[in-house]
Ligand binder design. Sequence first.
Ligand SMILES: [Mg+2]
Length: 270
Amino acid sequence: MGNRVLRARNGFAHLRALWYRGVVEIEVPFGARAVPSDQTRILREALDAIRPGRPAAAFDLDSTILSNKPRQARIVREFGRARGIALLADCTPRAVVSWDLRDTMRLCGLPADEVQRLHADLRRFWLHRFFTSDYCREDEPIAGARDYLHRVLGKGGQVLYITGRHAGMEEGTLHAFRNAGFPLPDGARVQLWLKPQPDDDDDRWKETCNARLLELSGLACAFDNEPTHVNAYKRAFPDARVVHLDTDHSGRPVEVRPDVPSIVDFRMPG
Ligand SMILES: [Mg+2]
């Protein structure tokens, strides 16, 4: 099946179930919503929202402040070596353009019939590795993220890393933070909120986090690449500056609310 753009207000749960089963493919172009000339202003307004009585700035990790493309490329390379497929053993992050491993295999130069033949095997191989501490060590910072996180602290803010990663990925996550030069969790001004169990639902976990945030002194700003999550932040915290990272997302057909602006990274030119 070719890629299709599917936009639906109704039947979302049904579509999502089909997507998880690989029955439909959903592709919304990434980077199309953000307006580059607005980026510096959006980032500055989020910083300006930080106040002594409202210091919290929430950051998702994957595809928000960290790119996991190097992690994905390593998995494909190891698969290539394990199966004796030289084209995959040479995979680089440039071949990772979506969550569909068939796209990556095609960009590595594999013919269409080989892509189809290997897909289920590679997906199993990927699933055993992607959500692990050892592999998430590979992640690299999104451009400008390190400086921006330090600016938040410089404004007197509190950095909350709020992620769907599970607690078993903590060590690799901290390794990637150190490599990236990100502020490290100290349990107070910098905190890392990991999902307790790998099988916990991501959306429900983020709602739990929103409830925890409400118990704090409020939220100044929040950043996430998932439309579902930025919309939930804006619903729970209408006064917060909520910003969508137009990098990639799970492919679910959810529109970002019109009052949530998009950026492609954290660089602030000009
Ligand atoms: Mg994410």
